[in-house]
Design a binder for this molecule. Structure first.
Ligand code: C5P
Length: 234
């Protein structure tokens, strides 16, 4: 099963279904990321519609609020039957622990919970000068990841460049979900810390998230298959 997650950054259900129709011939439906644009534009029923088409879903809403609010929101999201969801590690340990509690269903199951360390659009310079966070990007990501692990999260969102430091500190079981992936020679867009799918695999990423390189490709299915092949090294 491919661990390439396609970021479906569209604003409507119709556009999303039109895009997903391209993939119905494949033996396995791609893992799909539903982000803020689509969730806010189409509403929660978009999750059910995509799930009914046989896709795994990463619901990327990056929650960041006081612990009680995050716990209550996660309780609502736990009913949506997504496979993975996330929050900002910057919300702190009590918020992350509250999120786990809210996300856990009465039967004890829950979606994977992943923490955003630093956005892959954030450069080290912006982190130092605008956010006033000192240290190297790798050290900051490792510190946020350690907090996430201590709170009971399953992994972090980070750049593929930071997968090695996260796995070294927290073990291979602790997942790295990595956006900022581009085919060799392609435009970086607004991403700052990019790698190719093959580099992400070599660096130990467990999942890669790719949006525009697939959604804006002339042939999205071919782009997805190429990314899956490079990432899985089949
Ligand atoms: O189009 P592109 O491949 O840059 O899309 C990357 C996706 O991953 C976007 O949906 C973006 O919101 C998401 N993401 C990210 N960096 C993070 C967390 C999520 O780019 N740290």
């Amino acid at each position: 099963m491919s661990n390439v997650i396609i970021a479906c950054d569209f604003s409507s259900q119709a556009r999303t279904e039109e895009f997903l129709d391209l993939f119905t011939e494949l033996p396995q439906r791609p893992y799909v990321k539903v982000g803020m644009e689509l969730f806010y534009g189409a509403g929660p029923q978009i999750v059910r519609a995509i799930k009914d088409r046989g896709h795994r879903i990463f619901l990327d809403l990056k929650l960041h609020d006081i612990p009680q609010t995050v716990a209550n929101a996660m309780r609502v999201l736990s009913g949506l039957d997504v496979d993975m969801t996330n929050l900002h590690c910057g919300g702190g340990r009590p918020m992350m622990e509250a999120a786990i509690e809210g996300l856990t269903r009465p039967d004890g199951t829950r979606p994977l919970l992943i923490g955003v360390t630093q956005l892959t659009s954030t450069s080290e310079q912006v982190m130092h000068e605008d956010l006033l966070i000192e240290g190297t990007m790798a050290d900051v990501v490792a510190h946020y990841a350690a907090n996430a692990a201590a709170a009971g999260l399953d992994g972090v969102v980070c750049s593929p460049h930071e997968s090695p430091v996260v796995h070294e500190a927290l073990g291979e079981q602790f997942l790295t979900v990595t956006p900022g992936v581009r085919f060799p020679g392609a435009a970086a867009d607004d991403q700052r810390r990019i790698t190719s799918p093959a580099q992400a695999r070599e660096l130990g990423s467990n999942y890669i998230v790719m949006g525009r390189p697939i959604t804006a490709a002339a042939d999205p299915v071919a782009a997805y298959l190429q990314a899956s092949k490079e990432f899985s090294n089949d």
